[in-house]
Write a protein that binds this ligand. Structure first.
Ligand code: KIV
Length: 275
């Protein structure tokens, strides 16, 4: 494969969508972080982070809102385009904001903007149920899709807050069925957020596509954290599943490299970060 030769002159082999599935098959953990601008994107690239997500978490960590619901498609396109300028080999995934995939035509228009204007290689959306039709429509048009189950922040009001999901056996069964359904609908990747580690492990074993955990234990095929949490920027009490990797690291790139190594070795997350 030809080495990347983007703005940073990286010689890393570019991370590809089919390559993610090979990583699962090879037991090679995927290291992901959120990212919102070009400067930090160059740091992710230097630390050989596999995947950068322009998440709608930007509504909370960049815009200072209480939830992700007010983030617009224009916001994500703007940040995605900036992040793309800082990346070479790291795969760029962009979030589809609240209600931007409410029906198939809207979802196709959203994904078109995220890929054509935002330079994303994959789009992410939350949920199963009515979302399956959307995943299918995107996948049929060869738009790579990352699904997202568990604590899906766009459903925060339905959940009554940012709460761990899948604790009861009924909820766990439903999440397992949803995971199988999003994979069958054509998703290429699945984020599992805030659920018992044992359930995430069961889902990871049950489906062929890679799972990326956040507050979902160590058995997922990869991990993602919000960049601000990894760098200790988040004000107030940090979520239980995060770790400040900047403390004692000396530089941002060293902190991101420490996160990368801890995920790859299986040292992070440990039991104290899991539910
Ligand atoms: O919006 C986001 O940053 C996310 C990740 C936390 C997975 O969805």
């Amino acid at each position: 494969m030809t080495p990347a030769s983007g703005p940073g002159g990286s010689t890393r082999v570019p991370v590809s969508v089919p390559g993610l599935r090979e990583r699962k098959q090879g037991g090679d953990r995927i290291v992901a972080l959120t990212c919102y601008d070009a400067g930090f994107a160059t740091c992710l690239e230097s630390a050989s982070i596999d995947l950068a997500l322009v998440g709608d978490s930007l509504g909370m960590v960049v815009q200072g809102r209480a939830s992700t619901l007010a983030v617009t498609l224009d916001d994500i396109v703007y940040h995605s385009r900036a992040v793309a300028r800082g990346l070479d080999a790291t795969l760029l995934v962009a979030d589809m904001p609240f209600m931007s995939y409410r029906d198939v035509p809207t979802a196709l228009a959203t994904a078109t903007r995220l890929m054509a204007e935002g330079d994303a290689a994959m789009v992410k959306l939350e949920g199963a149920d009515w979302v399956l039709e959307i995943i299918d429509a995107l996948a049929r048009r060869h738009i790579p899709v990352c699904a997202h189950l568990g604590l899906t922040p766009q459903s925060v009001h339905r959940f009554g807050g940012f709460r761990v999901q899948g604790r009861s056996s009924v909820d766990a069964e439903r999440l397992l069925a949803d995971a199988r359904a999003v994979a069958d609908a054509g998703a290429d990747l699945l984020v599992l957020e805030c659920m018992p580690a044992e359930l995430a492990a069961q889902i990871t074993r049950a489906i062929a596509i890679p799972t990326i955990g956040i507050g979902a234990g160590a058995a997922c095929d990869g991990q993602i954290l919000v960049l601000h949490d990894v760098l200790g920027v988040t004000p107030g009490r940090r979520p239980r599943f995060t770790r400040d990797f900047l403390a004692g690291s000396g530089s941002v790139i060293a902190a991101l490299a420490a996160y990368r190594d801890a995920v790859r070795s299986g040292e992070f997350p440990s039991a104290e970060h899991a539910y």
